[in-house]
Design a protein around this ligand. Structure first.
Ligand SMILES: CC(C)(COP(=O)(O)OP(=O)(O)OC[C@H]1O[C@@H](n2cnc3c(N)ncnc32)[C@H](O)[C@@H]1OP(=O)(O)O)[C@@H](O)C(=O)NCCC(=O)NCCS
Length: 271
C-alpha cells in the first residue's frame, strides 16, 4: 500500500498483531527446531499479544479518508460521476480516483464497475472506451470530437467498442497498472505493478507485464472454488469480522477446512 509519503501507513497501535503471528500452529513455528544444528537460525520473538479483534466493530465504508493524515481514500464515497460504480471498502492509494478514469465520455454509455474490498494502488489508470478511435477507416483522427468540423460521432459498431470494464471483489491492482476498455478482472485477481491489462483476468490469477499475461494462480484450485462459493465479501460485516483470522492466515490447509465447514453450515441452514 503506498501513501502520499510513499510510506506504508502506520500500524494501528490498537490493532491485534497479524493473524499469522497469533495463529500459526506449533508445528510451523517450531519447524526451525528440526533444522540441523549447524544451521544458523534467527528466531524473531513474537510481538506481545494485542487485544482480540472486536467482532462487533463496524468500520464505516463511507469514510473518505479511512487512514487519517494519508491521501488514501475509500473510493465509493468519492464517486460523483455517472457510469462509475464501486463497492464498499474498495480503496485507492490516492485522493482523486475519478481523475484516473480517463476517456469516459457519456455518449458511449460504458460503465466502470468495481466490486468490494479491492485494493487499488497509486497511479492506476482505467482507460474507458472513449480512448479508442475509429480504426476501420482511412484515418483514426476523431474530427467529430473537435469544434469547427461539426461532425457527428461514428456509430458504436464503427468503433472498437469493448463494453463495460468490470473488476470483481478483493482484487489487488499494483501501482501504475493500466486497465484497458472492456476488460473483466475476476474476483481475487492480482494485477502486477505497471501491467497493461488488455484481456480478461481469471479469478485469483496473477497477471504481469505488457500485455499482461498470467504468471500463476495465487491459490490452489480447490481453495479458489471454496472462496468463489463463499463470496465472503458479500457477507454481513459481523460474519466477515469473524472470518478475518481465517481469511488472513497463511495456513491454507486450515483455511480450506474452515471454509468447507462454513459452507456446510450455510447449506444446512439455508436448505
Ligand atoms: C506480481 C507481484 C505481486 C509478484 O508476484 P510473485 O508471485 O511474488 O512473483 P515473483 O516476484 O516470484 O516473480 C515471478 C516472475 O514474474 C516477474 N514479475 C513479477 N512482478 C512483475 C511485474 N509487476 N511486472 C513484470 N514482471 C513481473 C518476475 O520478474 C519474475 O520473472 P522471472 O520468472 O522471469 O524471473 C509483484 O511483483 C507486484 O507487481 N506487486 C505489486 C506491488 C504494488 O504495486 N503494490 C502497490 C501498493 S499496495
Amino acid at each position: 500500500m503506498v501513501t502520499k509519503d510513499n510510506q506504508h501507513p502506520p500500524t494501528n497501535a490498537s490493532a491485534a498483531p497479524p493473524t499469522s503471528d497469533r495463529q500459526l500452529p506449533d508445528s510451523v513455528v517450531d519447524d526451525a527446531a528440526s533444522l540441523p544444528s549447524t544451521a544458523q537460525v534467527v528466531r524473531v520473538p513474537p510481538p506481545p499479544p494485542g487485544p482480540e479483534p472486536r467482532q462487533n466493530q463496524v468500520p464505516d465504508p463511507d469514510l473518505v479518508h479511512p487512514l487519517p493524515g494519508y491521501d488514501l481514500t475509500y473510493v465509493r464515497p468519492t464517486v460523483s460521476l455517472p457510469g462509475i460504480e464501486v463497492g464498499p471498502f474498495t480503496y485507492f492509494a490516492g485522493a482523486d480516483f475519478q481523475d484516473h478514469v480517463t476517456n469516459h465520455v457519456g455518449y458511449l454509455g460504458d460503465r466502470l464497475i468495481i466490486g468490494k474490498f479491492c485494493q487499488i494502488a497509486i497511479g492506476v489508470e482505467f482507460v474507458m472506451n472513449g480512448a479508442n478511435h475509429q480504426m476501420n477507416a482511412a484515418t483514426t483522427f476523431p474530427f467529430y470530437a473537435f469544434g469547427g468540423w461539426d461532425q457527428q460521432p461514428p456509430p458504436l459498431d464503427w468503433l472498437p467498442f469493448k463494453g463495460d470494464t468490470v473488476v470483481g471483489n478483493d482484487v489487488w491492482i499494483g501501482q501504475h497498472a493500466t486497465i484497458l476498455p472492456g476488460v473483466q478482472v475476476a474476483d481475487g485477481a492480482l494485477i502486477g505493478a505497471n501491467a497493461v491489462v488488455g484481456s480478461d483476468v481469471e479469478p485469483y490469477t496473477i497477471v504481469v507485464g505488457n500485455p499482461a499475461r498470467p504468471l500463476r494462480q495465487r491459490l490452489d484450485q480447490d481453495l479458489i472454488e471454496l472462496l468463489l462459493e463463499l463470496k465472503w465479501w458479500d457477507l454481513p460485516i459481523a460474519q466477515i469480522n469473524r472470518l478475518i483470522p481465517v481469511l488472513t492466515s497463511p495456513d491454507l490447509d486450515m483455511v480450506s477446512r474452515e471454509l468447507r465447514r462454513e459452507l456446510a453450515t450455510r447449506r444446512s441452514t439455508s436448505g
